[in-house]
Design a protein around this ligand. Sequence first.
Ligand code: COA
Length: 378
Amino acid sequence: MSHAPQPVISSTGLFTPAEAISNEELVASFNRYVARHNRENADAIAAGEVAELTESSVEFIEKASGIGSRFVVDKAGILDPAHMAPRLPERSNDELSILAEIGVAAARDALARAGRDAGDVDAVLCAASNMQRPYPAMAVEIQDALGIDGFAFDMNVACSSATFGIQTAADYIRAGHAKSVLVVNPEICSGHLNWRDRDSHFIFGDVATAILVEEKSIAPAGHWDILGTRLKTVFSNNIRNNFGFLNRTHGGIDQSGPKTDKLFVQEGRKVFKEVVPMVAAMIVAEMEKLGLEGADMRRLWLHQANTNMNRLIAQRVLGHEASADESPTVLDTYGNTSSAGSIIAFHLHNEDMAAGDTGLICSFGAGYSAGTVFVRKT
Ligand code: COA
């Protein structure tokens, strides 16, 4: 009798940059930029030709988002009020690119935790919000650095990239096209964030995560069964980044002002109002299909964008206010790390789970996009 191959999560990996920026440091730098802008443009502001900028505040950031700090690949460039972007020297084609470098670090961590040799991996998916270049694919560079014989490609579903990557990897395993697939999420969000925009300058941080999805028969002890996955997209302009290869004739990327559509922009309030009910309904529908109730859910590893969004979603899924144990947050230390957020939460908060415990990895973001991965500890 032949059984269809069953995909499981064997392990996860995490790379955290060495530098971090606290809200206090961030706001101090932002407010220096505001003071300088308003001083240098005093006449134009008085004449109504240039908008006066308003200061940011630590209290607002913490209350509105739950974010306390974020890790970054270059602190000095971001905090320099005359620059306000990471300074990342271009590397030669002979060097590993920085996105691949942090992806490889997370991937090595995941492989080590599974006791897996890179030679046993069949495929690499680089699933992230921002790729360093269009081609060759970041995934192929990561594959090469790890010494993997197989295939690799990039996929971008913004903040939902990791869960879309997990379902894609699981489908390759179900179809018999691979037995071991690395999903890698290098997120240098500091490169697409407009650090001059008061409404969003506090949101993002940098990190890389990796997930090793494998066929159950070769997976290490203590792996996670994948009970079910569900993906959904609904078009919206409320989270958008218009940077692209056709912009060069329009002046390319402009990072000099507080508002540019060639970096991350969002209608934060609308995102909040529209995404919370969409994601909660999607989770509840999938739970019904899998025969799960709120009481069956030991832990929710939700996308890390905003603590208030997560509080509302968790409440609808569990049927009561979630404790920090039921819905852990990493926003206080990592900020929003796009696709990597729910994977960091899973990675840092799963060791106390017992065999048979059920949980949910869930992402949501631009597109709109949302993905659910229901898992059970073995
Ligand atoms: N410092 C102080 N005040 C600020 C501020 C800052 N940095 N940024 C905005 N404000 C003020 C605004 O001026 C506004 O004041 P007003 O009401 O007097 O006009 C007030 O705060 C509310 O602004 P709003 O943008 O509506 O804030 P919010 O409470 O909705 O919180 C977000 C903003 C972005 C944190 C929140 O909407 C959010 O998290 N949204 C979506 C989630 C997300 O981050 N998505 C990312 C991709 S998944």
